[in-house]
Unconditional design. Structure first.
Length: 617
């Protein structure tokens, strides 16, 4: 049977069975024109010796005890007034010390062992604002980013592909819309809302983050388009504001062999449907589209091929140098897991758990323990562990859930151990030391470690173990805080790597919109744009909330626009940062969930569609 084509189907699209009868495709990228530019535990104890003992030349073997039994001294009082003053001062100091000790001892402590020193409310707002700056399409007038406007209004109108592809997000400092990182960003932002909705609401950012998620999910709903096998060439040469683009923007088209891309879009639509579960019509639309895509892409028979999207030039050729996928099973497992949470249909959970081991077998050593756009196994294990902790379905899933739980505990130990992952002198964990962009990986590690510590807290556990090693909740939270604080300024460069936060941050961010003036009434061509790329002046527009790629493995950073491996941000990395920030934010003063220990986490909301015991789909 010939390969079937498929689309990201909204309710107006054909059903999966219809897809077998029609040649239907979906869009992966919408690119600008131009050339390629480079992108970017153990328990320990410490003995403290205050050296209170007098120094001696005697050997240790001749010392009868650690401290002398007596001291000889002469006291001569020459002025009684001074002596009385000395006694008064000494007595006052002693009373003050005693009062401080009693105060520290008796004042009630918060449940949490940490006390972040950063303004995380501001940080969350700013990190979300970066997504406002990345919006493509009909730009909303309510946006806080004033140097942006309408752009990409003809996206999809190319050659004989007449589709409405307006919307979505520009990926990073370029003017390209990649579906793979867009879907990943929507998934992780949705996950953070599902877990920490109360925190978002408390700080006034719930509507903000939901608007960003919907901007992405709306685009993912309509990236389906009919077409033929015409290959459209792309490149990314032009340093130009997206508002000034006047050329035809090429489109990459994918079919059913792009299993990894499809799996990530399934995850995004499913997770977003949980975020919008109170909007019944829209949530249903998201679930329906995810289900249709899953039905086509998950089939395994001789007539259907599964594969990696970047191995097909017409689909992922342009993304290969930026988002080169290395496997597809992890995305299908990830997508199936989220679709299970969105629907309660056990067949999706069965699909995910039955293929989890196969996904592990495909995972390379350099990818283990990392959660980012190319590897979803680590995060899937955390999700399945959550299911085991709070809604264990028993047979036939207990083996897979127990395995995921063990993997998650090992992951937490690896974050804390210096033998698994190295850290820079400044304390930044190096999960992929040879790839650059360490902040992206550190942010998701911070998110997962804080999230898992909250899970354990809900279970009234004080920590966990993996073999002979163990960890406490305090250790996990200290690690999580340390990575976010490094990003926000506690690093050897003494600068925040998120633009606009603190007193010192990057000013030459590798970003077209931020680097070119918008209020001078000029429209700059591609050739004219190079002057802004290579300018040594600060960006005229402040790209608030953008987390740049960050320092190298020696904690060194160069704030230069033409060095994107230091200064380029992306929606994928910022999504992980948002998740980490909200996870670490203080919980609401009053939690609506009495079982949450006032952690600000929704223990049960993700299970709304799931039966207490397994049921036949």
């Amino acid at each position: 049977m010939p390969d079937s084509k498929f689309s990201i189907a909204s309710p107006t699209h054909t059903s999966a069975s219809d897809a077998d009868m029609h040649s239907v495709k979906y869009v992966h990228t919408i690119s600008e024109a131009g050339r390629f530019l480079p992108s970017a535990s153990q328990w320990n104890s410490t003995e403290i010796d205050f050296n209170l003992a007098p120094q001696s030349s005697n050997s240790y073997g001749s010392l009868p005890s650690r401290y002398s039994k007596s001291f000889d001294y002469d006291l001569v009082i020459t002025d009684k007034a001074y002596f009385k003053r000395f006694l008064y001062i000494s007595a006052s100091a002693a009373l003050l010390i005693l009062a401080l000790v009693l105060l520290i001892h008796f004042v009630p402590h918060k449940h949490h062992p940490h006390s972040p020193t950063k303004n995380l409310t501001l940080a969350v707002n700013q990190a979300l604002t970066f997504f406002d700056a990345q919006k493509s399409g009909n730009y909303p007038n309510y946006s806080p980013v004033k140097f942006r406007g309408n752009s990409g209004m003809q996206d999809g109108k190319v050659s004989n592909l007449n589709a409405d592809l307006v919307g979505g997000f520009y990926d990073s400092g370029n003017n390209i819309k990649f579906s793979f990182p867009t879907a990943y960003a929507v998934t992780i932002l949705s996950w953070s809302v599902i877990e920490y909705q109360e925190k978002y609401a408390e700080i006034g950012e719930l509507n903000h983050v939901k608007d960003i998620i919907k901007w992405g999910s709306d685009y993912l709903l309509k990236v389906g388009s009919t077409g033929n096998d015409t290959k459209v060439s792309n490149d990314i040469n032009c340093w130009q504001r997206p508002e000034d683009m006047s050329y035809v923007r090429p489109v990459s088209v994918c079919d059913s062999t792009a299993s990894d891309l499809a799996g990530e879009i399934i995850a995004a639509l499913s997770a977003a449907s949980i975020v919008f579960k109170d909007e019944i019509m829209y949530s249903g639309e998201l679930i329906k589209a995810a289900g249709k895509l899953y039905e086509v892409t998950s089939r395994e028979d001789p007539g259907r091929k599964q594969g990696i999207y970047t191995k097909v030039d017409a689909c992922g050729g342009e993304a290969r140098d930026y988002y080169n996928s290395t496997s597809f099973i992890d995305e299908l497992v990830w997508g199936g897991t989220w679709l299970f949470f969105a629907t309660g249909n056990n067949s999706y959970l069965a699909y995910a758990t039955e293929r989890f081991k196969a996904a592990e077998d495909e995972e390379t050593e350099s990818e283990k323990g990392i959660f980012y756009w190319n590897n979803k196994l680590t995060a899937t294990a955390v999700l399945l562990t959550r299911l085991r902790f709070f809604r264990d379905l028993g047979y036939p899933y207990e083996g897979a859930l127990r395995s995921s739980s063990s993997r998650t505990e090992i992951l937490m130990c690896s974050y804390l151990s210096d033998h698994i992952f190295n850290k820079t002198q400044g304390g930044l964990i190096l999960l992929r030391p040879g790839s650059g962009g360490a902040l992206e990986f550190a942010a998701t590690a911070s998110f997962l470690s804080k999230l898992y510590s909250d899970y354990l807290d809900l279970l009234r556990r004080s920590g966990g173990s993996c073999g002979n090693d163990g960890f406490s909740l305090q250790m996990l939270r200290r690690f999580s805080i340390s990575q976010v604080h490094y990003i926000l300024g506690d690093n050897p460069m003494k600068m925040s790597y998120m633009v606009g936060f603190g007193d010192k941050y990057p000013y030459q961010v590798h970003h077209r919109s931020a680097s070119i003036p918008w209020d001078d009434g000029q429209h700059y061509t591609c050739a004219e744009g190079d002057r802004w790329l290579y300018s040594k002046e600060p960006n005229p527009n402040l790209l608030v909330g953008a987390m740049v790629a960050g320092p190298d493995i020696f904690d060194n950073f160069s704030d230069e626009r033409d060095k994107p491996w230091f200064t380029e941000p992306s929606i994928a990395s910022n999504a992980g940062l948002v998740a980490a920030l909200i996870a670490l934010h203080d919980p609401p003063r009053k939690s609506s969930n009495s079982a949450s220990l006032n952690l600000g986490i929704d223990q049960t909301g993700i299970f709304d569609k799931i039966h207490s015991t397994p049921s036949n789909p």
